[in-house]
Design a protein around this ligand. Structure first.
Ligand code: PLP
Length: 442
């Protein structure tokens, strides 16, 4: 096993979403290598990955098939533009994605991240309405506690105060539905909670307030991951779909986390039985080996935008790296693995065991809620008085020291392991986490 040395200076790198000052004073959480279900620190210590990196390495780490596909592609075509030019592998990757999306959603636009996918989806919605001669539809509806990345569009439609406050004026004409989180009624629900379908009706209030003719799209995550695993109540997404249809509003699902097997199906749309008009994705698309995102749209959305322009460029949007050959190669290899190893099916098969394991932590100290759906789990702890987030951060550090990677957001511990997880891994995650929660309380 190769030992990888620590860098001499930590000063240059401005780390994202991190406590730079703290981390640079305590670098014990450096990850140097990964394989299968685990990371390894520079000293060779194993850390079981309870979070698939950042909800993205769904096929596990170090997959040889993906590595070889990237290496092979790099030797054939390192880069080629996709503005008014094409290269075959980008078309092949799009076709593979279209095979996995719900029926009739066969057009795919490439980006490089979930954030870019979010902003691309919002721009597609605007271009769609404009092409139909409905250019008054410029208002976007997001949801409190929604996360759609950090671009100005996604950040504005997202509903996380902490991510917005530093940046002053955001996108205008944005409103938010209430979060679907109803702890008083739904605490410790297994799978989809039963209360709160009526929260979708708030969309009717926003239509009454602003006029349907001003609303372009509603954007939600099928399951909100980053803000602590908020699972929608039974029937909620169906209700949103109905109201959107009634008023000609586009429904966008942000499937950046819920795509590629996380909920036991290719996409959350399938598991939850609701087909959106536009769907964003990233993360699991390439197993995170190379950055790539995508936006899939219903054929009618594509046709409207493309036919809405007499000639020349139809959609004034794109990235230098849209459909990058190495990313496309990684995506094709990843999606082949999904199929050959039936990763969604594996996730579905182990879900009951995972669910029991999650809820076995119910009686641990300070646990005030547990939520799960697919291979996602959220364990909410009561906050230390006056110090929100401190308790979960303590638990996170204890877990890491004990060799298990969990993620924290506020006082919620979020889990989303690679879909290749087996029962002994589940047990180890839960035992380590339970011990850490107990130790923190003591
Ligand atoms: N949308 C959702 C639902 C996400 O969970 C994330 C990242 O966690 C994003 C968008 C942003 O993705 P990225 O960090 O690749 O820009």
């Amino acid at each position: 096993m190769n030992e990888i040395s620590r860098p001499n200076s930590l000063d240059a790198y401005w780390m994202p979403f991190s406590d730079n000052k703290y981390f640079k004073g305590d670098t014990s959480r450096m990850l140097a290598r990964a394989e299968g279900m685990s990371y390894y620190t520079p000293d060779g210590k194993e850390v079981l990955d309870g979070t698939a990196g950042l909800w993205c390495c769904n096929a596990g780490h170090g997959r040889v098939e993906i590595k070889e596909a990237i290496q092979k592609q790099a030797a054939i075509l390192d880069y080629a533009p996709t503005f008014q030019l094409g290269h075959p592998i980008a078309f092949e990757a799009a076709a593979r994605i279209a095979e996995m999306t719900p029926e009739g959603m066969d057009r795919v636009f490439f980006t490089n991240s979930g954030s870019e996918s979010a902003d691309t989806a919002l721009k597609i919605a605007l271009a769609y309405h404009k092409a139909r001669g409905d250019s008054g539809r410029v208002r976007m509806i997001g949801r409190e506690r929604g996360y759609h990345g950090v671009g100005f569009g996604g950040m504005s439609v997202g509903g996380i105060g902490g991510n917005r406050k530093q940046f002053g004026a955001l996108l205008p004409y944005v409103d938010h539905l209430p979060s679907t989180h109803l702890p008083a009624k739904n605490a410790f629900s297994r799978g989809l909670p039963h209360h709160g379908v009526e929260l979708a009706d708030t969309l009717e209030n926003l239509v009454a307030l602003h006029g349907a003719e001003t609303i372009a799209a509603v954007m939600v995550e099928p399951v909100a991951g980053s803000t602590g695993v908020l699972v929608p109540p039974v029937g909620y997404l169906q209700r949103l779909r109905e109201i959107c249809d009634k008023y000609g509003i586009l429904l966008i699902f942000d499937e950046v986390i819920t795509g590629f097997g996380r909920l036991g199906t290719n996409f959350g749309a399938e598991r939850l039985g609701v087909v959106p008009d536009i769907m964003t994705m990233a993360k699991g698309l390439t197993n995170a080996a190379v950055p790539m995102g995508a936006v899939a749209v219903k054929n009618g959305v594509y046709d409207t935008v493309v036919n809405g322009v007499a000639g020349g460029i139809e959609f004034f949007h794109g990235y230098t790296y849209s459909g990058h050959p190495l990313a496309a190669a990684a995506a094709i290899a990843t999606l082949q693995l999904h199929q050959s190893e039936d990763l969604p099916g594996r996730a579905m098969a182990i879900e009951p065991y995972w669910q029991d394991a999650m809820h076995s932590m119910k009686d641990a100290p300070n646990v005030i809620d547990i939520r799960d759906f697919g291979l996602i789990g959220g364990i909410e702890l009561s906050s230390r008085p006056g110090k929100p987030g401190a308790r979960a951060m303590d638990v996170f550090r204890r877990c890491f020291d004990a060799g298990v990677l969990v993620r924290v957001t506020g006082d919620i511990v979020a889990l989303s392991p690679p879909l290749i997880i087996e029962k002994p891994h589940v047990d180890r995650i839960v035992n380590t986490l339970t011990d850490a929660i107990r130790a923190e309380a003591a």
